[in-house]
Design a binder for this molecule. Sequence first.
Ligand SMILES: [Cu+2]
Length: 67
Amino acid sequence: MDKSYKVEGMTCGGCVGSVKRAIERIDGVTADVTLEGGRVVVHGEHEAKAIEQAVEDAGFDFKGALD
Ligand SMILES: [Cu+2]
């Protein structure tokens, strides 16, 4: 299941990497993170709450689901 989320607060490639790594610590999940627009596509079975937690713990603002 792929799902898209909005994340605010990323300003550079380093931030993109941080968000990606934080999300991919969740078992069975990979993520494509785009700086422009703060779009995060998560691949694999997951709970939105777990993504929110990972993003917030990494220091960014989780703004919920897109689409
Ligand atoms: Cu940055």
